[in-house]
Design a protein around this ligand. Structure first.
Ligand code: ADP
Length: 559
């Protein structure tokens, strides 16, 4: 019903959606209703109209045609069959026009209805226009020929205007219909494209939802104001672990710092940091309470639109509890083993020292003891390194130190122990540098850098040490012309137990702890250590330390 009403209010889009039978009835209805109007007018003011047999035949035929519109199952017949109704409409109109004579004028104008219907159908456009014209001509001329009236130019041209007016109406309707149809085609095409897009976007959404919910990583997407727009199931599970349910605020979640007990301030929580547009990786959090506490590694990335403007962020929560537990177990193991090794090793070194100082040793025994002593020193260094790694942050006591002197002495020691005659040392240290540092610890860093420079220059070359005051800090660098490292290897050079494949293959002694320890020592001083290296050309390690401002009464530490 809505659709019929909609059609009556000239909504053509709705009209196309009706069944063909309803459309045929609706198209015939205006003519039928006008005929009813003529009948009512005739009954009230021109009763003589009903005495005309031709008029009554016309009315009856019109009623039959309306009946046909209702009765015939147009949907099941070939599509254009319904056009027979507007074509046949000219016959009752002809009868009614002839029958009404001069009682009611203008009945011939009823031909406008079938003409419009034919033209608006959009089918056989030319034939429809011709049929409309001939139909209207028939309505005008047939009575002239079939009655006794004289056929002459006057009678023939009397109502000659009607067919031409109908032709003009037909053409106008045809043009309008064609343009409407073209517009409708465009709209329908857009509709179809939109439908395809909608289906595509629904499919993508389903895919995204499936992927997001099937990964074992908690995910949350925030818009540019920091409001969550998407969260996966894993994140919900993790939130439950931290005491959160659907509507729990971020600050009420039980998230802790590294000790697993101190609450992480809200401003440092990943969602808040991401909402502020920060990008971070591997940010560790202790999530929930013991004994179910988990360690999560969180990362945040920005979402940007095509113009590059931030549209929000995505934060991931990866459960790394097992990994962290394994790393802690490894550190504990290293600490225990090195501790257990240290005691017997101290005894061995003590007795070795005693033995080597004994008089009148056989040369063979003395050289054997020398080998044992050298190797026990290596073992001792390894144990010290392992213990130092296991203890984590090194303890330091920074005091104003004669840095230039310290460097000179470490170079001299390195030169003494250097067994590669192809390696030469050059010292470009500025005199009088005073650093605020723990001399034995920084000495350890220098020893490590110098021994590496020798170890990884098997083909020899220059080892250059530079130290100077730069931007209010002491900067020291050790450059060699040795094997160097690839950019990929360079990334891991300060990691614990890292060794390049070249060092491993060449069986150069080492366990990959020296640089990790050196980095920890330098950073504990508030400084930084970096490395530049070109494979096959050499490497430069540079570290910076705070400068000490020594007063006259202060004494310099010089070890
Ligand atoms: P170690 O020397 O005992 O193996 P380090 O921590 O001192 O341990 O060094 C780690 C790794 O970095 C080395 O094994 C080596 O592969 C690489 N490396 C360190 N210094 C240099 C250098 N000067 N030139 C080339 N490679 C180096």
């Amino acid at each position: 019903m809505d659709k019929v009403l909609s059609y009556l209010t000239l909504n053509t889009r709705q009209f196309h959606e009706l069944t063909l039978r309803v459309r045929v009835i609706l198209s015939q209805l205006p003519l039928s209703l006008t005929v009813v109007l003529i009948l009512v007018g005739g009954a009230l003011f021109h009763r003589e109209l009903f005495e005309s047999q031709a008029f009554l035949i016309g009315v009856a035929l019109q009623a039959v045609l309306l009946g046909l519109c209702v009765a015939v199952p147009w949907d099941r017949l070939p599509h254009a069959t319904f056009l027979v109704i507007p074509l046949l409409d000219f016959i009752p109109i002809g009868f009614m026009r002839y029958g009404s004579g001069t009682t009611i004028t203008g009945v011939g104008l009823l031909t406008v209805f079938p003409v419009i219907w034919l033209a608006a159908s959009g089918l056989f456009p030319r034939a429809a226009l011709a049929a409309g014209f001939l139909g209207a001509l028939g309505v005008v001329w047939v009575p002239v020929f079939v009655t006794d009236a004289e056929v002459n130019s006057q009678t023939l041209t009397q109502s000659f205007l009607l067919p031409f007016i109908m032709l003009a109406v037909g053409v106008t309707i045809r043009v309008m219909t064609a343009s409407m149809m073209a517009q409708q085609e465009v709209v329908e095409e857009k509709d179809r494209a939109l439908q395809v897009l909608l289906e595509d976007s629904a499919r993508r959404e389903r895919l995204l939802e499936t992927v997001v919910n099937s990964v074992d990583i908690g995910l949350i997407a925030l818009d540019e104001t920091g409001r969550p727009v998407l969260a996966n199931r894993k994140l919900e599970q993790l939130r439950t672990l931290a005491g959160g349910s659907g509507g729990t605020a971020e600050e009420d979640l039980r998230i802790y710092q590294q000790d697993g007990e101190t609450a992480l301030p809200v401003a440092r929580r990943p969602a808040r940091r991401a909402a502020e547009g920060q990008v971070f990786s591997d940010y560790l959090l202790w999530w929930g309470d013991q004994p179910d506490q988990r360690v999560l590694s969180t990362s945040s990335r920005l979402m940007t639109n095509q113009a590059g403007t931030r549209e929000g962020s995505v934060v991931t929560f990866n459960d790394v509890t097992e990994l962290v537990t394994a790393l802690n177990a490894k550190d504990e193991f290293v600490a225990t083993v090195s501790h257990e090794l240290r005691t017997p090793l101290t005894a061995i070194r003590g007795y070795l020292e005693l033995l080597t100082t004994m008089p009148d040793l056989e040369p063979a025994v003395a050289s054997g003891l020398e080998v044992v002593s050298r190797n026990s020193e290596r073992l001792h260094k390894l144990v010290v390194d392992l213990l130092s790694t296991a203890e984590g942050t090194p303890e330091i006591t920074p005091v104003p130190t004669d840095f230039s002197g310290l460097v000179g002495r470490r170079i001299a020691t390195a030169q003494e122990g250097n067994s590669n005659p192809l390696v030469r040392f050059e010292d470009h240290t500025d005199p009088g540098l005073v650093a605020l540092c723990d001399a034995p610890r920084i000495g350890q860093v220098l020893d490590n850098l110098l021994s590496n420079a020798i170890k990884y220059s098997p083909g020899g070359g220059r080892v250059t040490v530079r130290a100077a005051e730069v931007d209010g800090e002491v900067e020291c660098s050790v450059t060699d012309q040795g094997s160097g490292m690839s950019p990929e290897e360079l990334k891991g050079v300060f990691s614990k137990f890292f060794r390049t494949s070249g060092a491993r293959n060449a069986a150069i002694p080492g366990v990959g702890l020296g640089l990790a320890i050196s980095k920890a020592i330098v950073e504990r001083h508030g400084g930084a250590i970096t490395c530049r290296s070109v494979e096959g050309t050499g490497s430069t390690f540079t570290f910076r330390l705070p400068l000490a401002h020594v007063g006259q009464d202060q004494q310099l530490q010089a070890q």
